[in-house]
Every structure is written in structure tokens, then in C-alpha cells.
Write a protein that binds this ligand. Structure first.
Ligand SMILES: [Ca+2]
Length: 324
């Protein structure tokens, strides 16, 4: 009788332990389900926010394109509405329930047209010297030889032949690299291609906190002439050996001031200190632009989505499109 009672107690104990175990498992499962559900909800919310911000960024891109299309003057300047896209960006704070965009427009004609550096196998000495002067500016911290090596290597990358230009590099060099390849021997399809060319490190290409990057001053578009009305100050300095940083500041001030006539590229001659500076006329032959880079970022409290692209204004076409 006594042993039967003990067995009954033991069975009750085992049942209690089983129930506690089942409850523990159920509680753990419920907690896990709750955690996973919350993670799914956050994940879905993040995707939703990302999609919304992508459309906010797209709005900025097309808004800037509209500013460009509506800018119908005979010449382009940094006083035009497209060049003041920060106004459109500020207005966008009231356009959307969530987020706003920050959009920036750059004139590709203000940059050095790398594909005009060589035509077949014929080097354009004006563009070569322009690029050499740019890379020789103290901000790049390259000595003259190194700058020359880079320019020659870009020429060899683009020219059709396999003959080494000065201190350049052709297929024999590239075939010995960790990832062997040949020189392209054709025009660039995108600026990032520069990273495949001998001597162009990611630091030279993109810059650092202290140094500028080559990428922001060069383009694969353009006709060969620079728009002096819109070129970055570093490119203005590269237009002639005699344009110092101070003179480039004066040029920038002059071209941004209302009322100064910028319809002819020769306006720079009116600035004190620049009367006797000669920029080769072929380098600045007109001030009308047609290719523009647009960067638009949709921003919210905790997320960003960026769309970058290049457009041709007339006839309008989106030539490149990248979503980060
Ligand atoms: Ca070549």
C-alpha cells in the first residue's frame, strides 16, 4: 500500500515536470515567434521605407531634369536655376509625408573630356596639357613625372595602337597584373574604368578627406571644349599655367555675380589680374552645355537612397542611371 502511494506520488511528480517542460517549450516558442514576427515587421518596414525613399530620390532626379529642360538660354552658367538645386532640395521638405531629397547638378562640360584626349591614335595636345596641368596642381600631391605617367597611361589605354606613349603602358604591362587583361585601346565607357589604368589608385581616383579625386573633374561626355562658366575651380586653374588659386577664386566670384555678361567665354579678360592671361581659344570655344550629371538622395531620419545619372538635355535622354 505504501509503495503504491509512493508510485502515485512519483507519477504526479513526473506529470508535473512534464507539464512544466511543455509550458517552458511553449513559452520559448511563443517568445521566438514574437521576436521573429517583430523582426519581420521591422524588415518589412525597412523595405517599405527604402522603396518610399527611392521614389523620393527619383522625384529629385526628375525635378532637376525639369529645371535643365526649362533652362533655355543661349548659354549656361552657375546662376541658372539648375545650378541652384539646393532651393529645390529645401522645398522638397514639404512634398512628402516621409523624407525629402537632396539633389545636385553638375555640368559635364565643366569637366575634362577624356575621350577627346585621343582620336584613334592622334593625341589632342590641348586636352593632354589640360589634364597634365590639373594633375600637377598641388592639391593632388603628385610630382610632375607621376602626373605625366598617368596622362600617358590614359592615352595608351584609349589609343588604338599598342605603342607605348612616353612613360605610358600598353598590354605588356596589364598582362602581368594579378588579374591579367589588355589595354582597352578604345574610348572609355565610364569614368570608373580609370581604376584599371596603371598609376590610378583609388586615392587618386576618388580622393581622400584631404585630397581631391580625379573622378570629379573628368568626363566621358563633351565635345572637347570646357564651359568656363560652369567648370570647377580646379579645372579653371588647369586652363592655363598662369591661373592661380586666387585668380580662380576671382573668376568664380565674377561668374556668380548677377549682371556680369557670360555669353562669351572671353569674360575672364575683364577681371583684374587676368587681362594678360591667355587660355587657348579651342579649350573654351563656347559656353553652351548639353550633358549634366544629377545626384539625388532621398533622406529620412535613419535611411538614405541615392540615384545618380547623366542626362542629355536636348534631345532629352537619360544616358546612365545608378541606384545605390
Ligand atoms: Ca593603346
Amino acid at each position: 500500500m505504501k509503495s503504491c502511494k509512493n508510485r502515485f506520488r512519483n507519477n504526479k511528480g513526473a506529470a508535473l515536470i512534464t507539464v512544466i517542460l511543455i509550458i517552458s517549450i511553449l513559452v520559448a516558442a511563443a517568445l521566438e515567434l514574437n521576436r521573429a514576427s517583430r523582426a519581420d515587421v521591422y524588415y518589412a518596414a525597412n523595405i517599405g521605407d527604402g522603396i518610399k525613399l527611392t521614389y523620393v530620390a527619383k522625384s529629385g532626379f526628375y525635378g532637376a531634369a525639369a529645371l535643365l529642360i526649362n533652362s533655355k538660354g543661349d548659354y549656361d552658367t552657375l546662376r541658372d536655376s539648375w545650378a541652384k538645386a539646393e532651393i529645390l532640395s529645401a522645398q522638397s521638405k514639404g512634398y512628402f509625408p516621409t523624407g525629402n531629397f537632396i539633389v545636385k547638378v553638375e555640368d559635364e562640360k565643366g569637366k575634362i573630356p577624356l575621350n577627346k584626349l585621343v582620336d584613334g591614335n592622334v593625341v589632342n595636345p590641348d586636352i593632354r596639357d589640360l589634364l597634365l596641368r590639373l594633375l600637377s596642381l598641388p592639391e593632388f600631391d603628385l610630382n610632375k613625372n607621376k602626373a605625366g605617367e598617368i596622362v600617358d597611361a590614359i592615352i595608351d589605354w584609349i589609343d588604338e595602337n599598342g605603342d607605348i606613349t612616353g612613360s605610358g603602358a600598353e598590354g605588356a604591362f596589364y598582362s602581368t597584373q594579378a588579374f591579367p587583361h589588355t589595354a582597352k585601346n578604345a574610348p572609355l565607357d565610364c569614368i570608373k574604368e580609370l581604376l584599371m589604368i596603371r598609376g590610378i589608385s583609388s586615392e587618386i581616383y576618388a580622393g581622400t578627406k584631404e585630397k581631391p579625386g580625379l573622378a570629379q573633374y573628368v568626363t566621358i561626355y563633351g565635345t572637347g571644349a570646357i564651359n568656363i562658366n560652369t567648370a570647377p575651380k580646379m579645372v579653371l586653374r588647369a586652363l592655363s599655367d598662369t591661373i592661380s588659386a586666387e585668380l580662380a577664386d576671382k573668376m568664380d566670384e565674377y561668374r556668380k555675380a548677377d549682371g556680369n555678361d557670360l555669353s562669351s567665354p572671353l569674360w575672364y579678360k575683364k577681371i583684374s589680374g587676368l587681362e594678360n592671361v591667355l587660355i587657348k581659344p579651342e579649350l573654351i570655344e563656347n559656353v553652351k552645355s548639353n550633358y549634366f550629371k544629377i545626384d539625388s538622395t532621398g533622406v529620412s531620419d535613419n535611411m538614405e537612397q541615392t540615384i545618380s545619372g547623366v542626362i542629355r538635355r536636348s534631345p532629352f535622354q537619360i544616358l546612365s542611371w545608378r541606384q545605390d
